[in-house]
Design a protein around this ligand. Structure first.
Ligand code: ASP
Length: 333
């Protein structure tokens, strides 16, 4: 142990970054084998970390991120908060890329610390040719060890690019540059010279300034997402109502518009007191709260993706079911 180096703890949860394929060209079927590297084995592959941080680690989960649930977010948040309070300087979370952006945004709203928390994954498993697993893990450890990464909220890193948890989104099914930050751009780079460089910050409220807490919770309110499509009707929205969901994210066309029949069903939900947040199936841009939408009782998601709007609504519902108060939270976060 080198006392001069920061203490970084790695929470491993599974995902491609831990996957073992049948051969070096297995880029897509490795998850079917169920075989995984442990975090100990992944760290052994990157001896360079010895000069970066004093590492501790744990295999908290061993799953594809397709199976990560809100209950898992609560477990990860509690573990990370405890470690940060106990004197760890930074946290790395290895995670599947499929839902990395969701876990990241949940933690961005519920971690009570200004220390770096960094999620990373891989698009090519460690067993494959040209895997990105080793460099992504090393980069995440570098960021978690860096004084420059304080106060930045929760971050995601792949492909040497550092993203804010609020903006990160998986854009490509297979490429290693899959993660982008919508139309706002990523925060900075971590490059081969070991530098962790930031060029901007996400100024929406997060982590140590956030009012959301997970303390004592073992589940979150159920919120569902329905996506608009040509000829769409009220079938799925009615199912949400019958299922007693506590809120709905409605991903409309472009600026949040909907086929009339879908909108009528959504208005029924609003009348029943179930918050409906309008989002968009388009990836970029804001949804504007027009006077008409305000009068109809809708909430709008600003520029959050539907999957992140869902997380913010779940956390908001722990505090209030008042439409205007939820609108204020969507403006703040
Ligand atoms: N199926 C994987 C997961 O999300 C994909 C990945 O890790 O890239 O766990």
């Amino acid at each position: 142990m080198n006392k001069k180096l920061p203490k970084v703890h790695i929470i491993a949860t599974g995902g491609t970054i831990s996957g073992i394929g049948a051969n070096r060209l297995d880029y897509t079927q490795y998850s079917d084998t169920g075989n995984r590297y442990t975090i100990e084995q992944l760290i052994e592959r990157i001896p360079e970390v010895k000069n970066v941080a004093n590492l501790t680690y744990e295999n908290l989960l061993a799953t594809g991120s397709t199976n990560i649930t809100p209950k898992d977010w609560l477990v990860i948040a509690e573990r990370a908060n405890t470690l940060l309070q106990d004197g760890i300087d930074g946290i790395v979370i290895t995670h599947g890329t499929a839902t990395l952006e969701e876990t990241a945004y949940f933690l961005h709203l519920t971690i009570k610390s200004n220390k770096p928390v960094v999620l990373t994954g891989a698009m090519r498993p460690p067993s494959s040719m040209s895997t990105d697993a080793d460099i992504n893990l090393l980069d995440a450890i570098r960021i978690a060890s860096s004084g420059n990464a304080q106060n930045m909220g929760v971050m995601g890193v792949l492909n040497n690019q550092i993203h804010s948890a609020r903006e990160i989104i998986k854009m490509n099914t297979l490429r290693v540059d899959t993660f982008q930050s919508n139309d706002l751009g990523f925060l900075g780079f971590v490059d081969s010279d070991g530098q962790v460089i930031f060029y901007r910050n996400s100024i929406k409220t997060h982590t140590y300034e956030s009012e959301f807490s997970t303390q004592g919770l073992d589940q979150l309110p159920r919120v569902d997402i329905v996506v608009a499509y040509s000829g769409g009707d009220g079938l799925l929205i009615d199912a949400v109502k019958k299922n007693e969901s506590q809120g709905l994210i409605l991903a409309g066309f472009g600026s949040g518009t909907l086929p009339t029949v879908m909108k009528d069903s959504a208005l029924e939900l609003v009348k029943c007191g179930i918050p409906v947040v309008l989002a968009s199936r388009s990836i970029m841009g804001r949804i504007v709260l027009t006077e008409k939408l305000r009068d109809e009782g809708f909430i709008t998601c600003d520029n959050l993706s539907p999957q992140k709007a869902r997380i913010l609504l779940m956390l908001s519902l722990l505090q209030t079911s008042d439409t205007q108060k939820i609108r204020d939270l969507f403006e703040k976060y």
